[in-house]
Write a new protein. Structure first.
Lengths: 119, 110
């Protein structure tokens, strides 16, 4: 089945530094990648949507200059948290939608998530 | 993002019982509805999706959709301790985006 590999699974960084999170679709082409953030005991909140080769579309309230998204190919999308602060500590999850739509999961495949802790 | 409301938890059921989860959504244009299970510290995993009014059964799980009432539910029959998790309702809207509910935490007592 469709697999999205997300790395790193967890990262601790110092306040003010940047962190890059990668999501790769291993066996399908991801036309669209969605990036979510989940704070403890809260649901997934969509941060942005990216399509291969074009600029990401950010949800209201999400700073595009702080959360840089690159979707340079149909198999790779990255999220860079720039100048991270403790309030950015969260669980970040990517989700890819494949060209074929997919029957097993109706076209959405989630990465395993990245736990970011900013100290 | 569109509003998705789930019944507040936590929900505690004895092993073998039926767990009933409810979800309402605000966008009348939504066409696809999903139930995900999420274990602590893990990403969501799909249980079922439904897009037609009525019931859809898959093993011990049954999803029910009523678009007129903007309501979708999930029944878990013969609940097992391994079903203990947070269940997220998600609704599709515009450009294939998903809006998630806050989740209902289910605990199955052995």
């Amino acid at each position: 089945g469709a697999v999205v590999s997300q790395h790193p699974s967890w990262v601790i960084c110092k306040s003010g530094t940047s962190v890059k999170i990668e999501c790769r679709s291993l066996d399908f082409q991801a036309t669209t990648m969605f990036w979510y953030r989940q704070f403890p005991k809260q649901s997934l909140m969509l941060m942005a949507t990216s399509n291969e080769g074009s600029k990401a579309t950010y949800e209201q309230g999400v700073e595009k200059d702080k959360f840089l998204i690159n979707h340079a190919s149909l198999t790779l999308s990255t999220l860079t948290v720039t100048s991270a602060h403790p309030e950015d500590s969260s669980f970040y999850i990517c989700s890819a939608r494949d060209l074929g739509g997919g029957s097993a999961n109706y076209g959405y495949t989630f990465g395993s998530g990245t736990r970011l802790t900013v100290v | 993002q569109k509003e998705v409301e789930q019944n507040s938890g936590p929900l505690s059921v004895p092993e073998g019982a039926i767990a009933s989860l409810n979800c309402t959504y605000s966008d009348r244009g939504s066409q696809s509805f999903f139930w995900y299970r999420q274990y602590s510290g893990k990403s969501p995993e799909l249980i079922m999706f439904i897009y037609s009014n009525g019931d859809k059964e898959d093993g011990r799980f049954t999803a029910q959709l009523n678009k007129a009432s903007q309501y979708v539910s999930l029944l878990i029959r013969d609940s097992q301790p391994s079903d203990s998790a947070t269940y997220l309702c998600a609704v599709n809207y515009g450009d294939y985006k998903l809006s998630f509910g806050a989740g209902t935490t289910v605990t199955v007592r052995a």
